[in-house]
Design a protein around this ligand. Structure first.
Ligand SMILES: [Zn+2]
Length: 259
């Protein structure tokens, strides 16, 4: 495996991953629109939601087509939301950065998978307060396979981290059913599978940033803020992405101090 990967330089794999991420990000924009509306992901073909004009191949090029058309439909001139190029850019950048950091390996692919999956999770949770199982569950299965392939001798570690993280959130869901959804519990499975022990700082960061926002909302809107359900997925995403790059350093720092 390493022999094959050294056939091409690192920048080649980083560019390839970025291009893959841009294309997948384009699919995520379609998924973020259609999945919550229970529409088919395969038909009809991508079209303008105002005039139904079916997008041609050049109009499907991520980011560049939006820039070239200045955020408008070529056919009816309706505004096309900036979320399309932003989701594509974020997915591409996360994939490229993951492969640049962790290498063109099974570990790098698992890291890219976790980071990319957070893009539709955040977009859909912010808008619909739903976490897309259609992304999270397959990503978890593939991530487990990749992480176990990277280090088969410790096959039980990603399984234990996934079960531990999801079990912890499931317990909180049982105790405070209004606090989070089962979608968050399933998202923790994916985080544990990829992050291993670094899922602990990831959840810590999610709860910390989530409660800072909760206190800010209480201060601003008083008791009525208690009723405003805040989606927890974006906080889990912040925790997951932070821990992907710095989580093991955080765990190491803490373990050193325990001596
Ligand atoms: Zn149109």
């Amino acid at each position: 495996m390493p022999g094959l990967l050294t056939l091409a330089p690192q920048w080649y794999w980083t560019t390839l991953a970025t291009a893959f991420g841009l294309a997948l990000g384009s699919f995520f924009t379609l998924l973020a629109w259609r999945w919550p509306r229970e529409e088919s992901l395969s038909t009809p073909r991508s079209h303008c939601t105002s005039c139904q004009h079916v997008l041609g191949p050049l109009e499907l090029v991520p980011v560049l087509s939006w820039l070239a058309l200045r955020g408008r439909c070529r056919s009816c001139d309706a505004r096309v939301s900036a979320r399309y190029p932003l989701m594509e850019l974020a997915t591409g950048a996360l994939a490229g950065t993951a492969i640049a950091t962790f290498g063109p390996t099974a570990e790098g692919a698992a890291a890219a998978l976790l980071a990319m999956a957070m893009v539709p999770v955040v977009a859909i949770d912010l808008e619909h307060k739903l976490i897309p199982d259609v992304v999270v569950l397959p990503a978890t299965a593939v991530a487990l396979a990749l992480v176990i392939a990277q280090d088969p001798g410790r096959w039980w570690q990603p399984l234990a981290a996934a079960a531990g993280a999801a079990g912890f959130l499931f317990l909180l869901w049982l105790l405070y059913p209004g606090g989070m959804g089962l979608g968050d519990v399933k998202l923790a499975l994916l985080m544990g599978a990829v992050l291993g022990v670094a899922v602990i700082p990831a959840l810590g960061i999610a709860f910390l940033t989530g409660s800072v926002l909760g206190v800010a909302l209480l201060a601003r809107h008083g008791a009525s803020a208690r009723k405003t359900a805040v989606p927890f997925g974006p906080f889990l995403a912040v925790g997951a992405i932070t821990a992907l790059w710095w989580g093991h350093a955080m765990v190491g720092w803490y373990a050193d101090r325990l001596g």
